[in-house]
Design a protein around this ligand. Sequence first.
Ligand code: PLP
Length: 385
Amino acid sequence: MIGEIDLNKQEALLKLAQEHGSPLLIVDHDQLRKNYRTFKEHLPRVQCYYAVKANSQPEIIETLFKEGASFDVASYNEFMQVYQYVKHFERKEKKHFIWDKIIFSNTIKDRATLEKIKQYKPLVTYDNNAELIKLKRHCDTAGLVLRLKVPDTGSQVEMSSKFGAEPGDAQQLIEQAFDMGLKVEGLSFHVGSQCTNFDNYTAALDIAATIFNTARKKGYPLNLIDIGGGFPVPYDTQTGQFEKLSVILNAELTRLFAEDVEVIAEPGRFMVATAATLVTEIIGKARRDGKVFYHINDGVYHTFSGVVYDHWIPNFHAFKTGESEICAVVGPTCDSFDKISLSVELPWNLDVGDYLYTEDIGAYSTASSTKFNGFDGAKILHVKK
Ligand SMILES: Cc1ncc(COP(=O)(O)O)c(C=O)c1O
């Protein structure tokens, strides 16, 4: 495992942790740009809306903005985080950016948020009747995208138990919107996050195409398909998954949707996961029931929050070599729930003051970190900006 490149990387990480302190989350903006470009290269028909929720660090938004990305926001605050980059634009250009490059992907928006975004003529999703009534009353300038419930079997994080209209209700929800004087632009779905079961995408596209084409035949001028997020990251040794998926998606999009249909996507994890590495320090060591417990200075209430909310299984690497055994790695708080993993193969001879590092921790990590127990969480260092 320790090739020359790893050693170079390790040396650089160690140096940064010694210089800046730990826990230290290092965000590599070259990797961010690479992820964005890979996405665009493999899915040329798809407009890429970065899902800000995956990691809303302003520096990340800025880099992707400069790359030309569009944005998927879920709240007024996320909207404003993007808006600040265009607020100085001339009126027409600003209007165009907001309409063309921002989507409110949260199907449920509170009334106050709708009132605030009404002036911007936003593109928003919905999946039920009550939301239509709310939109009509509080934000009738919006363009609408109907989110569908689709299969999310095997995805790391499922979505369909909370979001999406039943496909059988879709025509009625489209018709009702038009009857109310609202305009439905298209359809969206989300196959679940970290989706490695590509049948979810093909099934979702089939469902969406049937509804889309029926609506068009009935005279409803839909023109947009939003294929959501879910694009898989090579967390384990499995690489090339996204590339395989993109071949399937390109073929299915061509087969199912006429050329004039605009296709957009909302990748979150794919953009940021591999762009960050976390360095942590061992602050305590104990043998409990025969197993080595490494207590480190970051945990599930902080940068490892993805273990809880994202069902993520983190990787750990030591900088020192030594005979390894199955160890536990736990967080710094007083809560016994704060166990990051009870089964990590690590050298048993690490000491207090030694460092560990965790790769691919850019998505759903700092985004859901708390200050529980008075711990601040990781310092974030942006490199290669
Ligand atoms: C509506 C919506 N779009 C996009 C995303 C991003 O998904 P992913 O990180 O799997 O690409 C999410 C994630 O929760 C979401 O809820």
